[in-house]
Write a protein that binds this ligand. Structure first.
Ligand SMILES: [Zn+2]
Length: 199
């Protein structure tokens, strides 16, 4: 049926590329958009284009940014000796919201997952090592998720970084196993930062 409606099929195919959206959900969303007013669909399309025009990733830490360098990297008031490594920009936001960390960040954009074919070269690890050569960092706080992949990434980085004589810590108390930082409340994140442990 979709084959005879190429513009509908194209929309379903594009929506189906989004994470967590299968063919069935993509079709349901396409029908929803078809029933929406032109103004509503234009508002969605322009929000997508505007986001793409105005946002990029910081050239230093790979956080979401409206300019070449993000506000955190440009902030001279931050502690240059501490660097917090996270998987995703959402995790950085969770830690910022907790007000428990005043250092700088590095966003890996994922975690090691050999089963999914994601190795060190697929993450911003080379960029992290290059930064550590240039910046006066003495402690790296590994705040990857408490999932199998996040733990594997933390252990991999800990070994690399300790060889370079850095103090390596990990979020501790209060973060349940199997959880993404993004969904943990601020007080728990702050507690985990304060009680971070050596790796
Ligand atoms: Zn930045």
């Amino acid at each position: 049926m979709l084959g005879s409606l190429p513009s509908f099929a194209r929309l379903v195919a594009e929506l189906g590329k989004l994470p967590g959206i299968g063919h069935k959900t993509a079709t349901r969303l396409a029908f929803y958009l078809l029933r929406s007013s032109s103004a509503e669909v234009e508002a969605l399309a322009s929000a997508l284009l505007e986001m793409k025009r105005n946002l990029t990733f910081c050239h230093t830490c790979f956080n979401i940014s409206e300019a070449e360098f993000c506000k955190i990297c440009l902030d001279r008031g931050r502690d240059d000796t501490r660097l917090c490594v996270v998987q995703e920009p959402q995790d950085l936001m969770s830690i910022e919201k907790s007000h428990g960390f005043q250092g700088r960040y590095h966003v890996l954009h994922g975690a090691l997952s050999p089963l999914d074919g994601i190795g060190p070269d697929d993450l911003k690890i080379a960029q992290l090592l290059a930064r550590l050569q240039q910046e006066p960092v003495s402690e790296v706080l590994l705040a990857t998720s408490f999932t199998v992949e996040g733990e594997a990434t933390a252990l991999f980085l800990a070994r690399l970084l300790k060889e370079q004589g850095l103090r390596v810590t990990r979020l501790a108390l209060g973060i349940p196993m199997g959880s993404d930082l993004e969904y943990i409340d601020s007080a728990t994140v702050q507690l985990a930062i304060n009680s971070r442990r050596e790796l």
